[in-house]
Design a protein around this ligand. Structure first.
Ligand code: XMP
Length: 322
């Protein structure tokens, strides 16, 4: 019979045997899969695993700190946190084309991770293995003909391999579905904060800021997004929805605040139900929740004075706006 405890036990033993005295690295995204994979490998080989977590400048509010608290401070992982936000944001400056944004972020990520991997390799006398949080559906998907959504947007996952290093792969979650991964995480005492997280795209807030990405716009969206997540959680809806977030539109309109005229950006609210991200239905959030989100954003985020609601399903829309 499959139980999380049994899976953890046999996988830990297998990883120990496989790795021996070798050194392992992993790229953490803060998401469920890469975190559970890393914690599993850490359980097996402890300090022989070094995790790298990159701030690409388009993470959510406080995400860079929260991931470090959870995985290094609480769970004890050997974690290198690289703040590369300036490097990413300067490469993104002036770029408005969605595909170009994605390419820039993907390429920068590989470059930053590669630098770190080489540095860790020198410190430890050589890195042999790379952990990836690949799940069974990912295995199936990459072995079959790509569906249309793969060709519509180029997807970047945080696990992008540094080609030059020729690392061997450890994929401890290869036979599992998402719900099993969550159960394993729970069995290993990981916080619900990590395990219950909604999916978040590799290119982060960059695909939720239409037009040019500037540090100011990132800060505005981080605030708006934080309000959306907080209110959806407060309403008890967070784990029932596939994804819920804000999008920053560089569309300015006139408003009034106290006796002041405002002229500021627009935020769109997006919430969808989905099984796998391939198709999705827009979620009818309760009016009360929408009302709170809207009034908090307009009152608390200086720079956004209008909130609209996205009622497009996928297809024909996509979940992300870019
Ligand atoms: P779309 O916008 O194509 O998104 O309907 C489908 C699902 O994929 C996520 N997404 C990404 N995930 N790297 C990722 O790891 C990416 O580049 C990326 N782009 C979109 C999106 O959040 C949704 O869950």
């Amino acid at each position: 019979d499959w139980t999380p405890a049994h899976f953890v036990e046999t996988t830990v033993t297998a990883i120990r045997e496989k790795v021996g005295t070798g050194h392992v690295i992993c790229a953490l995204s803060g998401g469920v899969d890469s975190s559970v994979a890393a914690v599993l490998v850490h359980k097996a080989i402890g300090k022989q695993l070094t995790c790298v977590f990159v701030n690409n400048g388009v993470l959510r509010k406080n995400e860079f700190q929260k991931v470090q608290e959870n995985l290094r401070d609480k769970l004890g992982l050997n974690l290198v946190a690289v703040d590369a936000s300036e490097r990413f944001l300067s490469k993104l400056a002036g770029v408005t084309d969605p595909e170009k944004k994605r390419k820039i972020i993907g390429n920068e990520f590989i470059a930053v991770f590669d630098d770190e991997a080489h540095r860790i390799s020198q410190e430890t006398g050589g890195v042999d293995w790379l952990v990836q949080g690949t799940l069974y559906p990912d295995v199936i998907e990459s072995s079959s003909v790509k569906g249309p959504s793969q060709t519509i947007k180029s997807h970047h996952n945080v696990g992008g391999l540094p080609e030059t290093m020729k690392l061997k792969l450890i994929e401890p979650l290869r036979d599992l579905f998402k719900d099993e991964v969550r159960r394993i995480g729970r069995d290993m005492g990981m916080p619900e904060d990590i395990l219950g997280r909604q999916p978040f795209p590799g290119p982060g807030l960059a695909v939720r800021i239409l037009g040019e990405i500037t540090p100011d716009r990132v800060a505005l969206l981080q605030e708006a997004d934080d309000i959306v997540v907080a209110e959806i959680k407060a309403a008890g809806l967070y784990t029932k929805i596939w994804q819920s977030f804000a999008v920053l539109l560089p569309v300015m309109s006139v408003g009034v605040m106290g006796d002041q005229r405002t002229y500021a950006y627009t935020a769109a609210i997006r919430a969808v139900h989905s099984e796998d991200g391939m198709t999705a239905d827009w979620t009818p959030l309760p009016y009360e929740v929408l009302k709170r989100i809207s009034s908090r954003i307009v009152n608390e985020v200086r720079g956004i004075n209008r909130v609209v609601y996205d009622i497009t399903s996928k297809p024909p829309g996509t979940i992300e706006w870019e």
